[in-house]
Design a protein around this ligand. Structure first.
Ligand code: S3P
Length: 169
């Protein structure tokens, strides 16, 4: 029977890129919680943060995984970087399927997201420092929420995808 594969990790770790390709090679459906929320709300994440605040967005994340729990399995699900911070979400994720934590260093993340304006939490004066402290705070949550930890350092998307089936067996 097909299970779900869930990808968690900090912004820029590659969850969506890896997830999309992984879904394709396994012929699974691909779901991205950020995209699900944007569609549901019919507006962008920066707009939701600006108009409703972070807490409202976090409630939508919980609603999204609750809905997915009721659906058929066989999906690759990429979740927003902050979703595993809520304890309730960590429990729901574990029920939803096999959770893989894509782990990167703050340096790698910074290089990947420095030009990006689509992530409201990184629109600060010192994004480098913000990334470092947030990653440190979130590390225990990512560890608790995951079944498998997979380092993304110096690996291509294809390399990561080729490692995942072995981890699932
Ligand atoms: C967030 C990560 C983003 C998005 C929102 C908040 C976070 O998703 O959900 O901007 O708190 O880390 P990605 O991890 O897909 O960038």
């Amino acid at each position: 029977m097909k299970n779900n594969i869930i990808l968690i990790g900090y912004m820029g770790a590659g969850k969506s890129t890896v997830g999309k390709k992984l879904a394709k090679v396994r012929a699974y459906e691909f779901i991205d919680t950020d995209q699900w929320i944007e569609k549901q709300e019919n507006r962008s994440i920066p707009e939701i943060f600006a108009k409703e605040g972070e807490e409202y967005f976090r409630c939508l994340e919980t609603e999204c995984i609750r809905r997915l729990l009721k659906e058929e399995k066989g999906k690759v699900i990429s979740v927003g970087g902050g979703l595993p911070v809520r304890e309730e979400n960590r429990e729901l994720l574990k029920q939803l399927g096999t959770v893989i934590y894509l782990k990167a260093t703050p340096e790698t993340i910074y290089e990947r997201v420095k030009e990006d304006t689509n992530r409201p939490l990184l629109q600060t004066e010192n994004p480098k420092e913000r990334i470092r402290t947030m990653m440190e705070e979130r590390e225990p949550f990512y560890q608790q929420a995951s079944h498998i930890v997979l380092s993304v350092e110096e690996k291509s998307v294809d390399q990561l995808i080729s490692e995942i089936p072995m981890l699932l067996d």
